[in-house]
Design a protein around this ligand. Structure first.
Ligand code: DGT
Ligand code: CA
Ligand code: CA
Ligand code: ZN
Length: 575
C-alpha cells in the first residue's frame, strides 16, 4: 500500500468514528495521522523495512497507529477496519461528502430518518422531512439539496490530478507484460479534462489474454465488470473504472484517436471523412470503393489518421468540437502554452502565514524549477486562521526579502501580498501599505455566499483599486466540493480589461480557477492570464503543470500568459 492509500484509510476511519459519535481524541488521532502520512516524503513501507527505524518516530504516529500501519502493509486491512466497514455501508458514508453536512448531522439523519444513501437524503429533503429535525430548518434543507448535486458528481468523477496518480500506478503495473509495443491512456484523461469519469487504456500487443490477466491482477482491482477477447472493464477499490482495449499495431493510432474523443469532436471528424468518400472508425481510415469494399488507408498513428482526412493532428486538449475545426480551416491553430514556457510564479505562501516552507526554501525550490522570478504573497490580517499579516509583520517580511535579494541574484523576488477583499467591500490593508508592494493579489476568502450583486461589487472594487494587480481564484470554486461564488464574470472581464488588470488561473488541482471557458473569454478580452501555483510548500510549486493543462484547454498561447515573459519584460510591464 502506498502512503496515499494508508492516509485515505485513516481518513475514512476518522469519518466512520465521527459518524458513530466516538471519542473526539480518538477521531483526531486518525485525522492527524492521515494528514502526517500524506505529507511524508518517504514511503512507510521503506521505514518499516529498516530495522533501525520506528514508525513512532514520525510526529503524530503513536503505538496504536504504527501497529495498524504494519497490518495494512502486510495484509491490506486490520480487524477494527473490517468491523467498521461492516457496520457502516459505503453508501451511508457518502453522506459525509455533502458540503455542509458534518458527521453529527449525517448521523442524526441516519438515526432519525433512516437515511442511508444520497438517494435517501434527496427523497427526505424533497418530502420536507429534513427541515423539521432539531437543528435543521428550511435553509439547511435547501443547502443540503444543493450539496447533494456536488456529492453525486464527486462520486462519479475524479479530479484529473487524482486520476493521474492512478494512471502512474496502472502504467507501471502494466509495463511488466511482455510484448506490449505501445500503451496510452486515451479519453478525458488524455484531453486533460478537470475531472475524469473513467480511464481508457489502449494497448498495442499481440497477446491480449496476458494483457488482460495482468490488469486483473492489479492489487487495487475490486471487480472485473466484463471481459471479452480484446476488451475488459474493471472497477478499482476507489470506485474508478478502467476500460482496456487491446488493438493491433495497424489500428493503434485510429483507436487512440477514436477513444481520445471527445465524442463531439469525433462526430465532426467522421462527417468530414464521409464528405471525402472515407470512413473512420477505431480500426482505421478506409476508402469506400465503388464495389462497396473498404480499403485500409491509415491507422498506425494519429498523425496519419488526421492527415488521411485532411486535418492537422490536434493537441488532445483542443478536441472538444469548440473552435478547432474553424482554426484548422485558416491554419490558425494556437501554439498552446507549455510548462517549459513558464518563467515566474506569482502566488505563494511561506511560514510567515500558512505555508510549510520558509522564504529561503521557497526561493531555492523556485530556482530548482528554473524560475526567473517569484512573488511572495502571504495572507493579509483578515485571514486570522492562517495568522494573516498586519502592516507591521508584512513590512518585516519585506525587510527579510530585501536581505534575501542581496544573497540571491539569479532570481527576482517580488514583495507581494494576497490581500483579502473584505466582506463589506474594500481591501484588508490600507492603500499606503499596498502602494509599497511590488505585487498585490486580491482574493475573497470570507462572505463567499453573498448575493451576485454583493460579491461582484466587492471584486469590482478590487479591480478599481490602483494598487491591485490581479484577482486570485476569481470564482472560488473547489472541484467536486464547492460551487463558484455567484460572481458575474462578465462584469469582471469588462472591468479587468478596462483597468489593465491580470486574472489568475490558480493551478491547484482542486481549484483550477479560472475555468477553461473563462480562460478563453479572458483571452478574447485581451486580459493577460497569470498561471500561479498558490503553493503552500516548496513541493506545492509542482502543481503548475495542472494549470498548464487547463490553460491549454482554454486555447491559451504563451502570449496570453503573462508569467511566460522573461523577467526584464515582465518587470517593465509591472511599471
Ligand atoms: P469520461 O470518461 O466521462 O471522463 O469521458 P471520456 O471522453 O473519456 O468518455 P468515455 O470514457 O465514455 O469514452 C472515451 C472516448 O471514446 C470518447 O471520448 C469518445 C469515444 N467513444 C466512446 N463511446 C463512443 C460512442 O458511442 N460513440 C462515439 N462516436 N465515440 C465514442
Ligand atoms: Ca473515459
Ligand atoms: Ca470509458
Ligand atoms: Zn493563496
Amino acid at each position: 500500500m502506498t502512503n496515499q492509500e494508508i492516509s485515505a484509510v485513516f481518513g475514512r476511519i476518522a469519518d466512520m468514528l465521527e459518524f458513530q459519535g466516538a471519542n473526539p481524541f480518538r477521531i483526531r488521532a486518525y485525522r492527524n495521522g492521515a494528514r502526517r502520512i500524506a505529507d511524508l516524503r518517504e514511503s512507510l513501507a521503506t521505514i518499516v523495512s529498516e530495522p533501525s527505524r520506528s514508525l513512532t518516530d514520525i510526529e503524530g504516529i503513536g503505538k496504536d497507529l504504527a501497529s495498524k500501519i504494519v497490518m495494512l502493509l502486510e495484509s491490506g486491512s486490520f480487524p477494527m477496519l473490517d468491523e467498521l466497514l461492516a457496520e457502516i455501508r459505503p453508501t451511508t458514508l457518502a453522506l459525509l461528502r455533502v458540503p455542509g453536512l458534518g458527521p453529527k448531522k449525517a448521523a442524526l439523519l441516519h438515526r432519525e430518518l433512516g437515511v442511508a444513501s444520497l438517494d435517501d437524503l434527496r427523497r427526505a429533503c424533497e418530502s420536507q422531512r429534513v427541515r423539521v429535525l432539531k437543528g435543521f430548518g428550511p435553509k439547511t434543507e435547501e443547502s443540503i439539496m444543493q450539496g447533494l448535486d456536488i456529492a453525486a458528481a464527486a462520486e462519479r468523477r475524479t479530479r484529473w490530478a487524482d486520476a493521474d496518480l492512478v494512471v502512474a500506478e496502472l502504467l507501471a503495473h502494466m509495463r511488466a507484460v511482455d510484448g506490449i509495443r505501445q500503451m496510452e491512456i486515451a479519453g478525458s484523461y488524455r484531453r486533460g479534462c478537470e475531472t475524469v469519469g473513467d480511464l481508457d487504456l489502449l494497448v498495442d500487443g499481440s497477446d491480449s489474454a496476458s494483457v488482460m490477466d495482468r490488469l486483473g491482477s492489479m492489487p487495487q482491482v475490486a471487480l472485473v465488470i466484463a471481459r471479452g477477447d480484446t476488451k475488459m472493464s474493471v472497477r478499482l477499490n476507489s470506485g474508478m473504472q478502467i476500460d482496456l482495449r487491446v488493438v493491433p499495431t495497424e489500428s493503434f493510432g485510429a483507436a487512440l484517436q477514436y477513444f481520445t474523443g471527445s465524442k463531439d469532436h469525433n462526430v465532426l471528424v467522421r462527417r468530414r471523412a464521409k464528405q471525402q468518400g472515407l470512413k473512420v472508425n477505431e480500426w482505421g481510415v478506409f476508402r469506400i470503393e465503388p464495389d462497396g469494399k473498404e480499403s485500409y488507408l491509415a491507422g498506425r498513428n494519429e498523425e496519419e489518421v488526421y492527415a488521411a482526412v485532411g486535418l492537422p493532428c490536434f493537441a488532445p486538449p483542443l478536441r472538444e468540437a469548440r473552435q478547432e475545426f474553424e482554426w484548422a480551416k485558416t491554419d490558425a491553430i494556437p501554439e498552446l502554452v507549455q510548462l517549459a514556457d513558464i518563467r515566474g510564479d506569482l502566488h505563494m505562501h511561506t511560514t510567515a502565514t500558512d505555508g510549510k516552507s520558509s522564504l529561503r526554501e521557497m526561493v531555492d525550490a523556485a530556482r530548482a524549477r528554473g524560475l526567473e522570478y517569484i512573488a511572495i504573497t502571504d495572507h493579509s490580517q483578515r485571514v486570522s486562521m492562517a495568522r494573516g499579516l498586519n502592516p507591521t509583520r508584512l513590512r518585516a517580511q519585506w525587510v527579510e526579502i530585501e536581505r534575501m535579494r542581496k544573497e540571491v541574484e539569479d532570481i527576482a523576488i517580488l514583495k507581494g501580498i494576497e490581500c483579502d477583499i473584505l466582506e463589506k467591500g474594500g481591501m484588508d490593508l490600507p492603500d499606503d501599505v499596498l502602494a509599497e508592494a511590488d505585487w498585490v493579489v486580491a482574493s475573497i476568502h470570507y462572505g463567499q455566499k453573498q448575493s451576485a450583486e454583493q460579491i461582484t461589487d466587492r471584486i469590482m472594487g478590487a479591480l478599481e483599486n490602483p494598487h491591485v494587480h490581479i484577482i486570485a481564484h476569481p470564482t472560488g470554486r473547489l472541484i467536486n466540493r464547492r460551487n463558484p461564488y455567484a460572481v458575474d464574470m462578465n462584469q469582471v472581464f469588462l472591468a479587468a480589461a478596462k483597468h489593465g488588470k491580470f486574472l489568475e488561473l490558480n493551478a491547484n488541482p482542486a481549484r483550477l480557477d479560472l475555468h477553461e471557458i473563462h480562460c478563453a473569454t479572458a483571452q478574447q478580452h485581451g486580459i493577460p492570464i497569470v498561471i500561479s501555483t498558490d503553493a503552500h510548500s516548496s513541493e506545492g510549486l509542482d502543481v503548475m503543470r495542472y494549470g498548464i493543462l487547463q490553460a491549454q484547454r482554454g486555447g491559451l498561447t504563451p502570449a496570453d500568459v503573462a508569467n511566460t515573459m522573461p523577467w526584464q519584460e515582465f518587470s517593465k510591464r509591472l511599471r
